[in-house]
Design a protein around this ligand. Sequence first.
Ligand SMILES: C[S@@+](CC[C@H](N)C(=O)[O-])C[C@H]1O[C@@H](n2cnc3c(N)ncnc32)[C@H](O)[C@@H]1O
Length: 206
Amino acid sequence: MEEPTTSPRTFPNWEQLYQEKSVETMPWFNPDLDADLEQALIPLQLLSGKVLDLGTGPGTQAIALAKRGFQVTATDLSATAIQLAQEKAQAEGFAITFRQDDILNSHLEHTFDFVLDRGVFHVFAPELRSDYVTVLSRLVKPSGYLFLKCFSSLEPGEEGPYRFTPEDIHEIFGDRFTVQSIEQTVYQGTLDPYPRALFCILQRQS
Ligand SMILES: C[S@@+](CC[C@H](N)C(=O)[O-])C[C@H]1O[C@@H](n2cnc3c(N)ncnc32)[C@H](O)[C@@H]1O
């Protein structure tokens, strides 16, 4: 079994990053709906409903979900990311609810049919993960889904996000979520090659 790498990581100041760089240059920028999420929606018969794009960043996933008819809320820690994504959604004619919100101290009051986390959980230090699970179990409706994309332990090196094995995901989420599936995949963005990732379908226990 792969050993998870747990040495401390440093991350950018998110607000400064979105003020200084164009979103199209960011490693996670993907203009299309995440391919793993797209494949998951139809078998689960998720064709409408209230969804949260957590840590929306460039807002591409929120817009792609709105295009498919979902009622989308999109949040990010960075106020600038939210402002830029909101301008883009408005220019494209999509009504998305954008909020600046720290998921670890979330002020969101609604619950959602599903939450997409594409690249947020894997930036949190190990001691913050149980807080994250507690918040997510409040935000996802009973029997709703958390779609989680995070770096895989198969991604070499110790730079950037924390890496996870499927066993880590079971251990971290297993008390509150039923693990429906975990696939080894890639994180589509601007890096070449794409980093190795896990795509996890987690269903909230009722
Ligand atoms: C790797 S980027 C992914 C962006 C987006 N999900 C995507 O796939 O394009 C991680 C995002 O998480 C946001 N973020 C970091 N910490 C956060 C927190 N505590 N609460 C909400 N968002 C956070 C960052 O500002 C950044 O936009």
